[in-house]
Design a protein around this ligand. Sequence first.
Ligand SMILES: [Ca+2]
Ligand SMILES: [Ca+2]
Ligand SMILES: [Ca+2]
Ligand SMILES: [Ca+2]
Ligand SMILES: [Zn+2]
Length: 593
Amino acid sequence: MKTFRFAFLCVVLLLVSFSSPTRSAASSDGSPLAGDALQPPPHQSTLAAADDFKPSVFQPSAFLAGRVAVQLLFVESDGRVEPSTANWTNAQVTLATDQVTTALEWWRTQLPNAHVEFDLTSRIVRSGYEPIEHDLSTEGQWVGDTFRTMGFTAPNYFEQAYSSDDSLRHARHADWATTIFIVNSAGKADGRFADGHFAYAYVGGPFLVITSDAGPYGANQLTPVVAHEFGHIFGALDQYAAAGTACTQQSGYLAVPSSNSQANNCGSRFICIMLEPLAAYPAGAIDASALGQIGYRDSDGDGTPDPIDTKPAADVLINQPSEGSRPLVKAIATDQPFPSPAGQSVTINTISRIEYRADGGQWLALPPSDGAYNSSTESSNATLPLYDGQHSLEFRAINSIGATSPITHASVYVSGVGPAPAYAVDVPALANTSAITIALAAPAGSMVQISEDPFFGATNWIAAAPLIGWQFDQNDGEHTLYLRFRDTAAIDSPPFARALLLDRAAPTGRATLHEKPSPELEIQAHDAVSGVDAMQIISDGSAGAWQPYESSLPLTQAIATADHIQIRLRDTAGNVSQPLSVASPIYLPIVIR
Ligand SMILES: [Ca+2]
Ligand SMILES: [Ca+2]
Ligand SMILES: [Ca+2]
Ligand SMILES: [Ca+2]
Ligand SMILES: [Zn+2]
């Protein structure tokens, strides 16, 4: 085993602090580094009660799932404070960026159920310092200076890093964010910082650092090293013996013990990126304990990892309306985090909608108070469009993984509004043009709104005629049209939701004549939206009858002896393809024996 295998430094940040962290001495001879953990004092203000369970600024990378913004910072010394001894070349930047991209893709591939999506941005940022000339103990100078260049001016470089990550997270619409510093080690024969370090990360974020040569690994071997360090960023601990990680030491959002640590004979030696990156990287190996530490554990086996296996809860307040008025509802839904034994429980799932239904009818979404269902807490203040009578109501919330809250039941009595008018809506279920006709029934003088927006934003009221044209301006596929009526007394109906499949594209395909094993016409056809329904054979310009689509057709004498055979394909929505000429892989004419 090569001695440099465990040589990269993995700094364990146990507690977040804005005070200066204390550090133990670090080795510079490439031997394993024990006791190199930061030991910062605990800081005070991060556990303030959050009522929406969003990750805080101090949780840049709590578990690896969802959308992750990663910024790659190439620090460029500009000589302002210290002499510049290295300057980035395009080739260096490209080489490192490509390898980081590959390392991130490696993680994404290992976590198929975590819906991981990386958003990598890369930039060169100036610093007055020359980072490679520094020890870990003075990293704050160049890290802080780099963040200042980027506009983050907090007095402490960790605070700058958290602030930068949080800003990146918001700018890139991500669930998490982290920073990877690449430090130019081109001028150093050993590819290391002054004190021997060449790669390290803070467990749980906010950043990791790697030299452009990754010390003994070399500039072409960044990928496995970045993959290892990236594991730390999301909570995984070292497993190699020299790290001294106790078997019982818990880490990550799920507080999973380090059961594959080699330090204390924990009993297993699974190949793992946190143990031996060079071997584990090509094998795609991450052991269950490291997976658990980054949050990839599925306790109930339903295919959704624990931290994103969440459910919403809904609180509903409904008033009993006075005579002549309708009930008002105030509903608040909050996605409930998978509890973290380690600290602040958070969720990255959002509330997709709060719904109600009256008297066992159709579920209808309530309008979101802030205009969009897009965060882990949403509310609605709405008038329920009910007519006279006793109504039993049900409310529920649904989150972004499709999980539903328990149903809240309520009952209201409405009087003095009037009976429900006789409204009816007929929308075709399938259409092959963007212009469709909707049939309506409504008492004279009624108005109607028609929209693909369930909340009718900016939708005009028009007179409710028996037939009304509607024009789709969007893509083929499934659409839902929403309609609601307003009577002559300005009382609105509940929305009517109608599903429609829009398919404006004809099938595609090709047809081939085969002589063997028996003479036949093979028809390959595809239609993405409504499906291939029928086909028609055209022999020497003479079109046959439409017949049900089949993938093969025995040859008739008429087809086999025709000079020019074509087929047309039709989908369920009625779209007809152009005639497709039949090709023969053998020769023409085929003789029917
Ligand atoms: Ca420079
Ligand atoms: Ca699960
Ligand atoms: Ca919202
Ligand atoms: Ca089609
Ligand atoms: Zn490590």
